[in-house]
Write a protein that binds this ligand. Structure first.
Ligand SMILES: [Zn+2]
Length: 110
């Protein structure tokens, strides 16, 4: 399935499924796609790795703390790890602003 603004790409016979995004703004494209394909009940923020899309699982601090920056080790106790690439995540300074934006986007879908 290809989501694109390139109409020429959608005309290629090799594509089985495609959708032409009407909007040009990424946040509005997110809403457009989520509404069109009724994805609201499938959205699960913060459960996939932003690097490889692997599934994140909660991990004990003791298991990964040796690889953490000292300030992260001092201030955070909850961690998640990608099962595919082993990237570590925590609710750092960006978490709340991302969550606020996502909550607004998800609310605007329904
Ligand atoms: Zn990953």
């Amino acid at each position: 399935m290809v989501l694109t603004r390139d109409i020429g790409l959608l005309k290629r016979s090799i594509l089985k499924y495609g959708y032409w995004l009407r909007d040009t703004h990424p946040s509005k494209q997110f809403i457009e796609v989520a509404r069109r394909y009724r994805l609201n009940s499938y959205l699960k923020p913060f459960t996939r790795c932003t690097l490889c899309n692997g599934v994140l699982h909660k991990v004990e601090k003791a298991a990964i703390e040796n690889g953490l920056p000292p300030v992260v080790r001092s201030y955070f106790d909850e961690f998640w790890q990608c099962q595919q690439c082993h990237q570590i995540y925590w609710k750092g300074s960006h978490y709340q602003s991302i969550k606020t934006k996502l909550d607004l986007l998800i609310k605007s879908i329904s």
